[in-house]
Design a protein around this ligand. Structure first.
Ligand code: SAH
Length: 281
């Protein structure tokens, strides 16, 4: 239990320390985006990811989506505005929820989009109240994924869909240098662990879900990784100056080394960007 509390504090610390970086560099959503011929800019790709996922699990106006780990509410607001469904976005970072609520008002979506501070492993929300649980680059912060999956199962109505987007390991780290690199990535981004597809499949089944399927979307996210690589190079060049001006902190520097490790491990095909879906029968 203590460990779970520590993880939550780590995540809150990470997002509080890096919120301006996300605001400036990531904007409309805190995920990598889906690039294709029609969506070549970062902002377009970030919005397009919502569209691609919503199409994949066929979200329509009579759905009620739990956006588990909603960041500043980008996906919830997109779904409410573009699919006309009800959404509930939760995050353990109060500042994100406050920002999401402000955006909801600004967009006039109060009837559809709702936000609250809650832990996706223990939401205290009513059982069987959602038709979709949506976790976009979010449950990689979970201390105990099994607990999150169990909670998702409880919250879904029969027939409900689960959609998870994650960095999925192709294999376990074997050499000490691989382990060190993975560790730098996990620590810097406040992620307790990453799993292989096989491990995920078994956890999802254990939680009671059926019809597990996995899709590899790395190719469509690659431009965003290339963009991150450029930002890392720029930040590295400016680091001495930023340090001098007091613009760096533990989490920011960790974020940087983590990003380097992430990119290096991707180049080694150590992990892939995947979408995992399943159903409550
Ligand atoms: N899905 C959003 C945000 C991704 S960032 C988007 O794509 O824009 C990861 C999110 O997960 C952050 O909002 C973080 O606060 C949230 N998170 C991490 N641990 C959590 C927990 N235990 N319960 C709820 N949210 C959590």
């Amino acid at each position: 239990m203590k460990q779970a509390v520590d993880t939550v504090q780590q995540v809150v610390g990470y997002y509080n320390a890096t919120k301006n970086d996300y605001r400036v560099l990531w904007r409309r959503g805190m995920h990598f985006g889906y690039y294709d011929r029609q969506n070549r800019t970062h902002t377009a790709a970030v919005l397009n990811m919502n569209r691609k996922l919503a199409d994949l699990v066929q979200i329509v106006d009579h759905d009620w989506v739990l956006d588990a780990g909603c960041g500043i509410g980008g996906s919830s607001l997109w779904l409410a505005a573009n699919r006309g469904c009800q959404t509930t976005g939760i995050s353990i970072v109060p500042q994100q929820i406050a920002q999401a609520k402000l955006s909801t008002k600004r967009l006039g979506l109060q009837k559809l989009a709702h936000f609250l501070v809650a832990d996706y492993a223990k939401t205290h929300l009513k059982s069987r109240s959602f038709t979709v649980v949506w976790a976009l680059e979010s449950i990689l912060h979970a201390e105990d994924r099994q607990a999150v999956l169990k909670e998702a199962f409880r919250l879904l109505k029969p027939g409900g869909r689960l959609v998870i987007v994650e960095y999925v390991l192709e294999r376990e780290a074997t050499t000490p240098s691989e382990r060190a690199e993975l560790d730098r990535w996990l620590t810097g981004w406040a992620m307790p662990s990453l799993l292989t597809e096989k491990q995920y499949k078994s956890l999802v089944a254990k939680a009671g879900f059926v019809d597990f399927a996995a899709y590899d979307w790395t190719e469509h996210v690659q431009p965003s990784f290339d963009r991150l690589a450029k930002l890392v190079r720029l930040f590295n060049t400016l680091a001495p100056l930023l340090k001098m001006l007091g613009f760096t902190n533990k989490w920011r520097m960790g974020n940087l080394t983590a990003s380097e490790a992430q990119l290096s491990l991707l180049a080694k095909n150590f992990w892939r960007y995947k979408v995992l879906v399943a159903k409550k029968s």
